[in-house]
Ligand binder design. Structure first.
Ligand code: NAP
Length: 259
């Protein structure tokens, strides 16, 4: 299936590994030129090189911390008007809310709410002018059903979701859509980190906690990042212009609701 986005340019944030990388890979397979970023240059360039080798698309890399105003300025100077924007950053730390200070909350809101909003603010009007834009925010299944040890994520991402719900209805008439992808447990480093923390807090062995987490997934397994990348590419496709303000859960069936 041709997604109709060959030759478009995508800015894919936090994309040297995990879900961001999977989105970049899949977009490149659809012929989309990439601007990829992460803080660590070495892993980022290695990821970009493997995408260039596989797909032949043009890939620019920028070492930047997307959570900081300086990092965003550096990225937007190189890529001021992408056709496709995938927002992403590291998730907040897990734990007990009694341990979190005001600074912890501000950091979570900065990373997982304000950063994507700032990137949207910088790019959306140029998409509107060109009558094409696809914005995908990588959030979390925690927006749909709270995850006990990830209160910072539950809270900060809900703020982004509320904002996007309003803006997405204003841009769609210009063929600019804004949607959120909500990952459940995907086999990435982030999953390992949160599981390590759970194991430490409960005094259990990490393999035991991993097995417990897997058992909670009706699919009987964790998600593969490539499955996430394919969902992202679909939301970015030319044919997805009538879908906006949606929250697509990819969780192997964990969320138990009928709707
Ligand atoms: P990951 O495998 O740990 O990858 C994180 C990526 O983000 C890396 O490329 C990292 O590179 C980059 N990054 C982190 N902070 C950054 C920053 N400030 N500026 C620029 N790049 C940054 O994580 P993941 O599993 O793909 O998770 C992606 C997002 O989905 C996170 O917000 C996570 O909380 C959320 N999520 C994941 C899952 C899951 O099961 N995997 C479930 C729910 C939600 P550098 O470190 O070099 O910057």
């Amino acid at each position: 299936m041709d997604l109709g986005i060959r030759g478009r340019q995508a800015l894919v944030c936090a994309s040297s590994k995990g879900l961001g990388l999977a989105c970049a890979q899949q977009l490149a397979r659809e012929g989309v030129e990439l601007v990829m970023l992460a803080r660590g240059q070495e892993a980022l360039e290695a990821a970009a090189q493997s995408i260039r080798a596989e797909t032949g698309v043009k890939v620019i890399t920028i070492a930047a911390d997307i959570i900081t105003p300086e990092g965003r300025a550096k990225v937007l100077a190189v890529c001021p008007a992408p056709d496709i924007l995938v927002t992403n950053a590291g998730g907040p730390k897990p734990g007990n809310f009694r341990e979190w200070s005001r600074e912890d909350w501000l950091a979570a809101v900065d990373a997982n709410m304000i950063t994507p909003i700032e990137l949207i603010r910088a790019t959306v009007d140029k998409m509107i002018e060109r009558k094409f834009g696809r914005i995908v925010n990588i959030t979390s299944a925690s927006v749909k059903h709270p995850i006990e040890h990830l209160g910072l994520s539950n809270g900060a991402r809900a703020g982004l979701t509320g904002f996007v719900a309003g803006l997405a209805r204003q841009t769609v008439a210009h063929n600019v859509t804004i949607n959120n992808l909500l990952p459940g447990p995907f086999a990435t480093d982030r999953l390992l980190q949160t599981t390590e923390r759970l194991a430490r807090d409960s005094g259990k062995n990490i393999d035991e906690v991993m097995a417990q987490r897997k058992k909670m997934v009706p699919a009987g397994r964790f998600g593969e990042p490539s499955e996430f990348g394919q969902a992202c590419a679909f939301l970015c496709s030319a044919g997805a212009g009538f879908m906006t303000g949606q929250n697509l859960v990819l969780d192997g069936g964990i969320y138990p609701g009928t709707l």
